[in-house]
Design a protein around this ligand. Structure first.
Ligand code: NGQ
Ligand code: ZN
Length: 460
């Protein structure tokens, strides 16, 4: 049953921090009224400060099960590309049931970490031979079912994947479970949109995998097709993550990946450009101007040896960003935000690089608030703001933790982002329902049991 109200002594609202806030929720899990300086009446009291739930805008759920398995040096120099070969090997045997169990475990971990919605960039579509399942939406349905069962909101982004490299080169053996032609892909998207119309917990978008995996023709066919179904649905793409990718793109067409995309696909505020690590100052300015969100995944970008996103130029140009845990080497909004700033400090040898300037100097609060806004935009969901009409997706912070002692307002978020190693999310609500209470999810033991069985079988 959704709750009907909550009272918070301190809460982060769109206009800033407020005291004695009374939240009233509707039966559909939306916020109806948000009233500062109220009396609690008989509303339940939050045990700590209340902030909006965070969006995790980039996830490949199955990769949670390989986290920790790829940290052994190979015979030659390891790279993103050698990691990718290991990933192709791992993906070879996964069954729909296993993918559902892995996703459920992951989504509980996300909820406990304070992520209340996920952007699932989903490319594991077909059986191990590359043949569509009897129901071509089988794998998508498993992942969406895991989200439904655990309570996380999902923006499901079926991936269009057709080729292995720039210029439409034939896909390889390791990629056969991922492949679609645009027409079959659009039938999948259409069936998923039809199945979830009106469901506030599920939104469907698309994800052309990367400029390596599509051509101008297939990319544009997918976007045109999506527009006939839902012309505000999100569109995500991996871009300019590795330097090799940039060099190969220039060798192919004479332009850098983001330059090519800006000219050929005209991305706008519906788009999320995931990683965009290797961009020039000019690309940063043009990317910011088009309104697309930068989908930053600092722990995975570090783990895979990608590089550091040039955040100062992009933010100065007005760019928006959100965070994702991508390969799930870490499932922690705190780590993503902390490493986003630390990457800048380490390369620029400065402190307090990403902030709102003199008017909003708190770095942790700046990162948290911007990631809320960018994540909501990228997922195409009314989240990230505790305001009437938005979803009742929120966190209660555990301010009994030593690292948070005595802090309030923006300094509280600075301490959450930089000063603690304990999980600060005590209670987590999605769509008006408590999904985590005192750090626990009701189904965590059963979901973990199933996950352990899957891992035992996979690592056998
Ligand atoms: C992915 N992961 O799709 O899982 C990719 C690697 C590729 C990241 N980009 C595969 N982090 O880009 O070809
Ligand atoms: Zn990715």
């Amino acid at each position: 049953m959704p709750e009907s109200s909550l009272f918070a002594a301190q809460a982060l609202l769109p206009e800033g921090w407020a005291r004695n806030v009374l939240f009233l929720f509707g039966p559909d899990g939306g916020l109806v009224t948000v009233t500062p300086d109220s009396e609690p009446g008989d509303a339940p009291r939050a045990a700590g400060a209340v902030v909006p739930g965070m969006a995790n805008l980039h996830s490949h759920a199955f990769q949670r099960a390989m986290a920790g398995l790829t940290e052994r040096a190979g015979p030659g120099e390891d790279s993103f590309w050698t990691w990718r070969d290991l990933m192709y090997g791992f993906v070879r045997r996964l069954t729909p049931q296993q993918v559902e169990a892995i996703a459920a475990q992951l989504y509980i971990e996300m909820l406990k970490a304070g992520y209340t919605a996920v952007g699932e960039f989903h490319y594991l579509h077909h059986d191990p031979q590359g043949t569509p399942y009897a129901d071509p939406g089988e794998m998508s349905k498993r992942v969406i079912a895991a989200a439904g069962a655990t309570g996380i909101g999902i923006t499901h982004l079926p991936v269009l994947y057709g080729y292995s490299d720039f210029g439409g080169q034939a896909a390889g053996e390791g990629q056969r479970r991922f492949l679609h032609r645009p027409d079959a892909f659009l039938r999948l998207v259409e069936s998923l949109i039809a199945a979830h119309r009106g469901d506030p917990q599920v939104r469907i978008g698309i994800a052309p995998h990367s400029l390596r995996a599509v051509t101008a023709e297939t990319l544009n066919a997918a976007v045109r097709g999506l527009n006939t179904l839902d012309d505000s649905a999100p569109i995500h793409i991996h871009i300019a993550e590795q330097q090799k990718e940039v060099h190969d793109c220039i060798a192919w067409c004479g332009e850098r990946p983001v330059e090519w995309l800006l000219r050929r696909a005209l991305p706008d505020a519906r788009w999320c450009l995931v990683h965009a690590t290797h961009i020039t100052e000019e690309e940063a300015v043009r990317m910011a101007a088009c309104g697309a969100v930068a989908g930053l995944c600092p722990t995975t970008e570090a783990n895979l040896g990608d590089g550091v996103f040039p955040a100062p130029g992009f933010l100065a140009a007005g760019g928006g960003f959100g965070i994702g845990s991508d390969s799930h080497i870490s499932v922690s909004a705190v780590e993503e935000l902390r490493w986003l700033e630390y990457g800048q400090r380490l390369t620029l040898r400065r402190r307090n690089v990403l902030s709102g300037g003199a008017d909003a100097p708190s770095v942790g609060a700046f990162l948290f608030k911007r990631a809320l806004a960018g994540g909501a935009q990228a997922l195409g969901r009314p989240i990230g703001r505790l305001a009437p009409g938005c979803r009742a997706d929120l966190l209660v912070l555990d301010d009994t933790q030593a690292s948070l002692a005595g802090k309030s307002g923006d300094v509280l978020l600075d301490a959450v982002v930089f000063a603690g190693n304990e999980n600060a999310a005590r209670d987590v609500m999605v769509g008006g329902r408590w999904v985590v209470r005192e750090g626990h999810h009701a189904d965590e033991a059963e979901v973990l049991r199933r996950y352990r069985e899957v891992l035992a079988a996979l690592l056998d």
